[in-house]
Write a protein that binds this ligand. Structure first.
Ligand code: FO1
Length: 337
């Protein structure tokens, strides 16, 4: 039924700002609708380990769309082994000069390492991250255009209570976001320019979506690239987000720790207000909340944000496709509001 309102439009161009695991699962559902989809991926999680450049969110998206993701972990490869990691650990435990180089808390699988090896070689040869990502997509037949938000180096670093800072991955994986953060510093973002194709994908889209990804360290980091935020503010396409918060809790990951660090409460309504209504200089026109957050619909509509409550749990591809359809319907078929 939702399809009826926009179903007559053909070749709908959908551009999705997204993070890793949640963003990847959302794309899997959206892809089934058969539209022309471009994903703009967060690069703030990127890090260098032993000289290898790792792009966790890009890789989660590419592996998920290519059917190679570990469905249990949500990151890395299915059928993975960790023999190289174990060997590196043996070096780290017996050689002082190795211990500082091998992060014991970060598990690089053997299959995953092939991606980091080939990408790092391309980057060393002067290939842009966006081109390297396009080549990864060729191997994985993603069916979706995946573009890193920027080719420039952007890394999220987390300021802690004791005035020290750690890379986002160390805070997320090693400390499981349990050490309170006082501030997220997105190093390199202010001077970064969007990767080729990003601005066009936002300006020429029929719909721009914010995937149900972390609003602070995923979507928020993409929007720290000034020209990307400007493009979202000025596109003629409707901009609709899907809440990653359901019933006052993060569905995946540890978004609550990120939201509290920036003074936003963990609720679907608060995240929508944080993005802000585009009419008032904010970033979104519409917002989908889960059925349990139905109470937010009226107040957000009063605040100028077109809002609807639908099931937002990505149980399987069909449920996720229904979410994507509801988001497109809210964006393009908003007549019922
Ligand atoms: N997450 C973990 O919880 N532990 C790991 O050891 C780990 C390794 C890892 C290696 C490559 C990669 O692409 C992702 C990896 N992740 C790991 C996931 C990643 O840290 C985060 O979940 C994302 O960056 C957040 O979107």
């Amino acid at each position: 039924a939702h399809l009826e309102s926009y179903g007559r439009l053909r070749d709908v161009r959908v551009t999705v700002l997204c993070g890793g695991i949640g963003g990847a699962r959302f794309l899997l559902g959206l892809r089934t609708l058969g539209h022309d989809v471009t994903a703009v991926a967060n690069t703030g999680d990127d890090l260098t380990v032993l000289g290898l450049r790792i792009s966790p969110d890009v890789d989660s998206i590419v592996y998920t769309l290519g059917g190679g993701i570990s469905t249990e972990r949500g990151w890395g490869r299915e059928g993975e082994t960790f023999r190289v990691r174990d060997e590196l650990t043996a070096y780290a435990e017996s050689v002082a000069a190795a211990s500082a180089l091998v992060p014991s808390w970060f598990g690089l699988g053997d299959l995953d390492l092939a991606t980091h090896l080939i990408r790092s070689r391309w980057l060393a040869d002067g290939v842009a991250l966006s081109t390297a990502t396009r080549w990864l997509c060729e191997r994985w037949r993603t069916g979706v255009t995946v573009i890193p938000a920027t080719d420039d180096s952007v890394e999220t670093h987390v300021h802690l209570n004791d005035a020290t800072t750690v890379h986002f991955q160390e805070w997320w994986v090693r400390f499981r976001a349990q050490v309170p953060a006082t501030h997220f510093e997105v190093r390199g973002a202010a001077a970064a320019t969007p990767a080729p194709g990003v601005l066009e994908a936002i300006a020429e889209a029929d719909v721009v979506l914010f995937a149900p990804s972390n609003p602070v360290v995923s979507i928020g980091v993409i929007l720290e690239v000034p020209a990307i935020a400007d493009a979202v503010r000025s596109t003629s396409a409707p901009v609709v987000g899907l809440s990653p918060i359901i019933g006052g809790a993060a569905v995946r990951g540890m978004a609550d720790a990120c939201l509290s660090a920036i003074g936003v409460s963990t609720s679907a309504e608060a995240v929508a207000r944080h993005y802000g209504c585009r009419r008032d200089g904010g970033l979104i026109d519409g917002w989908l909340v889960d059925d349990v957050d139905e109470a937010a619909v009226g107040v957000l509509r009063e605040a100028g944000i077109s809002c609807r409550a639908v099931p937002l749990l990505m149980h399987d591809v069909d449920a996720t496709a229904a979410m994507a359809r509801a988001a497109l319907d809210l964006a393009l078929g908003g007549a019922r509001d």
